[in-house]
Design a protein around this ligand. Structure first.
Ligand code: AMP
Length: 404
């Protein structure tokens, strides 16, 4: 199928062809006509499927076609709520790219940075707002954002919102936006809380389900290295000697771990930076830009920080530590293999992580191929048991220690 069969307006088509998009991805093929028809939509899809364009293209088209408000300031008519700052920025950039030949404008707001510049932008008038829930509610409460004119409301990555504790913020927001609106809800998984919310906010939604979590990994080459915990850093350096690894995201479970790995790489002159929730938005954005521009070879990230990172043609993902939740493995390795491109996902597994690997293999329905030949094979085939804390000395009553 081609984009033109989806009846997309000329100004958006022009922008899509400049982006190099030749044909719609499956979710775009299914969702765009339904959204253009004015239907509510429940989309089961994760990042990497092209879901941003699936909602951004028809939103831009619907809001452009409608009679423009004749005079006065622009009013927010499209609202996208998404869990992380990185995702918000990316969605905003997509709206700007696809909508550059329309008359619409977009604005992005998120927390962790000063609200002043966001306020200035909002005051000028905005058609489409992309926001994270906390800052959005803040600015609504301060009377800076008026959501009375919302016509299209998009809730992105609803399951992540739930994981990150945003459900109440979302409920508050839904109570405030106009009942008469078109609503699009996207979620990679459908836990009961999200299914209930979907039932309450969507009216006769069209349902679009793309690639169940296990099959998105098929185009990605997966490799497994069994290695002892203390040798992981050396194995990482060994693997990165391969110059064909142009850019890689290394995943760690903790902020501390991310910083440590980045430091260790820097010591051996491999350009690396860590991004995680403990860093300022500015520092995260600089690291991300440097990485995108090829100034940094390795980005070491925790899962929350990496959420929504969209880098075209990322060749390698390295799981320095396996995630506790098997679905996270699929999200992580989906950073490569974007829009049908291949990629390589390398995972380290120490003895303690074997149960995590078993969960992952159960989810993806196959064994991850093992790389047998490498300089740091697993030798410690026993669990690391934390040394028990020494027993506390018996509490001596103060009175007993007083000199007699
Ligand atoms: P998303 O799932 O929205 O995060 O999109 C994943 C990646 O696919 C992004 O880098 C998009 O720029 C890219 N993409 C989206 N739609 C298309 C398309 N129709 N053709 C080529 N690339 C696309």
């Amino acid at each position: 199928m081609e984009f033109k069969e989806l009846n997309i307006m000329h100004s958006i088509m022009k922008a899509l062809s400049e982006e190099g998009y030749e044909s719609p991805t499956p979710i775009q093929e299914q969702a765009i006509p339904k959204i253009l028809n004015g239907q509510d939509l429940l989309g089961c899809a994760q990042t990497g499927t092209g879901k941003t364009a699936a909602f951004a293209i028809p939103t831009l088209q619907l809001l452009s076609q409608e009679k423009q408000l004749q005079s006065g300031k622009k009013k927010i008519r499209g609202l996208v709520v998404t869990p992380t700052r990185e995702l918000a920025l990316q969605i905003y950039e997509s709206f700007c790219a696809y909508g550059k030949y329309t008359k619409l404008n977009a604005c992005v707001i998120f927390g962790g940075v000063s609200q002043k510049p966001q306020e200035v932008q909002l005051k000028k008038g905005v058609d489409i707002l992309v926001a994270t829930p906390g800052r959005l509610n803040d600015l609504i409460n301060q009377g800076i954002i008026d959501i009375k004119h919302i016509e299209i409301f998009i809730l992105d990555e609803a399951d992540r919102m739930l994981d990150m504790g945003f459900l109440n913020d979302i409920k508050k927001l839904i109570a405030l936006i106009p009942k008469k609106r078109q609503t699009l809800l996207f979620s990679a998984t459908m836990p009961p809380d999200i299914a209930n919310m979907a039932n309450s906010i969507l009216t006769n939604p069209a349902k679009v389900e793309i690639t169940p979590v296990s099959s998105t990994v098929d185009i990605i080459e997966q490799r497994l290295y069994y290695v002892d915990k203390q040798n992981k850093k050396d194995l990482l350096v060994h693997i990165l000697k391969d110059k064909s690894i142009v850019s890689a995201i290394v995943f760690t479970r903790t902020k501390y771990g991310a910083d440590k790995v980045a430091r260790q790489l820097a010591k051996v002159k491999i350009s690396a930076q860590a991004i995680h929730g403990g860093k300022s938005q500015g520092a995260r954005q600089t690291a991300l830009n440097d990485f995108k521009e090829g100034k940094l070879r390795v980005l070491v990230a925790t899962d929350i920080a990496a959420r929504g990172i969209d880098i075209d043609e990322l060749s390698h993902v390295i799981n320095y530590e396996l995630p506790n939740v098997p679905e996270t493995y699929v999200h992580r390795i989906g950073r490569t293999g974007r829009a049908g491109l291949g990629g390589v996902a390398i995972s380290f597994c120490d003895f303690d992580e074997k149960p995590l690997l078993a969960d992952i293999e159960k989810l993806i329905g196959k064994r991850v191929p093992i790389i047998q030949e490498h300089p740091y094979p697993l030798v410690n085939n026993f669990a690391t048991v934390k040394a028990p804390k020494p027993p506390k000395p018996p509490r001596t009553k103060k009175i007993a220690s007083k000199k007699k």
